[in-house]
Unconditional design. Structure first.
Length: 227
C-alpha cells in the first residue's frame, strides 16, 4: 500500500499568502509612520543639541556685541555662533525652499504653510544635512533650524522646522515657552495645535518638542501625537 504524503494545496497556499498580504497592508503604513516620527525625533535632538553647544560655548560678553539693527541680517554674536558649525553651503532661503516657483513649507498639520517674514527659513546648510539661520529682526533675535535640511521632507513647521529666540542673557528660548513674549507667532492655540488652521501653525512648537510634551494632550509625548 502506498503512503499518503501530507502537504498544502495550491489553493491553501494562495489563501495564506493573501491573508499575509492583507495583514501587511494594514500594519506596514503604521510601522513606517512610527519610524518616520522616530527619525524626526532623533534629528531634532541632534540639531537642538548642536544649537545648545554652539550658543552656550560663547561668552555672555560675545552675546552683547550686537552689530545688527532692527532689520539687521547678522550680528557678531551670530557670526561667532556659526563658526561652531561646519557650514558647507549658504544661499537664500527663498531659493532653497522653492519648487516650481513656490515656497513649499508646510504647517503642523502637513497642509500648505507659510514662513514668518521676521524669521524666514534656514539658509546655511550644515555638513550633517541640517540647516540653520539666525538674525536680529522685528526687534528680536531669531534662530530657525531645519533638522534634516531643505532637500529632505517634510519641510513642515513643528516637524523638522523649529523656531527659537534668545533672552537678554543669551539663553535659548524655544517658541511656545512661557518665557517667549514677542508678538510674532504668539499663542500656542494658533501656532501649535492640531485644531488650528493657521498657515503658520507649528511655528511655536519648539517648546513642546524640547519638553517632549504633546500640545493638545499632556498625557502623550510630542512625537507620539505629531500629526
Amino acid at each position: 500500500m502506498s503512503e499518503r504524503l501530507n502537504g498544502f494545496t495550491l489553493a491553501e497556499v494562495l489563501i495564506t499568502l493573501g491573508i499575509i498580504g492583507i495583514v501587511a497592508a494594514m500594519t506596514l503604513p503604521g510601522i513606517i509612520h512610527k519610524k518616520h516620527k522616530k527619525d524626526l525625533e532623533t534629528a531634532f535632538k541632534k540639531a537642538y543639541g548642536s544649537l545648545e553647544t554652539a550658543v552656550y560655548s560663547l561668552s555672555p560678553e560675545t552675546f552683547s556685541t550686537y552689530t545688527g539693527d532692527v532689520a539687521g541680517g547678522s550680528t557678531e554674536f551670530f557670526d561667532e555662533m556659526f563658526k561652531k558649525y561646519k557650514i558647507i553651503n549658504e544661499g537664500k532661503w527663498d531659493k532653497l525652499y522653492t519648487k516650481n516657483n513656490r515656497i513649499t513649507v508646510k504647517n503642523y498639520k502637513l497642509q500648505k504653510g507659510q514662513q514668518n517674514n521676521c524669521v524666514g527659513l534656514p539658509s546655511k546648510i550644515i555638513a550633517d544635512g541640517s540647516a540653520i539661520a539666525a538674525s536680529y529682526n522685528c526687534y528680536s533675535t531669531w534662530i530657525v533650524i531645519d533638522t534634516n535640511g531643505p532637500k529632505k521632507g517634510p519641510n513642515a513647521l513643528g516637524h523638522d522646522i523649529f523656531h527659537f529666540t534668545l533672552s537678554s542673557k543669551g539663553q535659548i528660548i524655544p517658541l511656545g515657552s512661557q518665557e517667549y513674549t514677542h508678538w510674532e507667532m504668539q499663542g500656542n492655540d494658533t501656532y501649535c495645535s492640531k485644531n488650528s488652521t493657521n498657515l503658520m501653525n507649528g511655528a511655536s512648537c519648539a517648546y513642546f518638542a524640547v519638553t517632549d510634551t504633546c500640545p493638545d494632550n499632556p498625557e502623550l509625548s510630542y512625537w507620539e501625537c505629531l500629526p
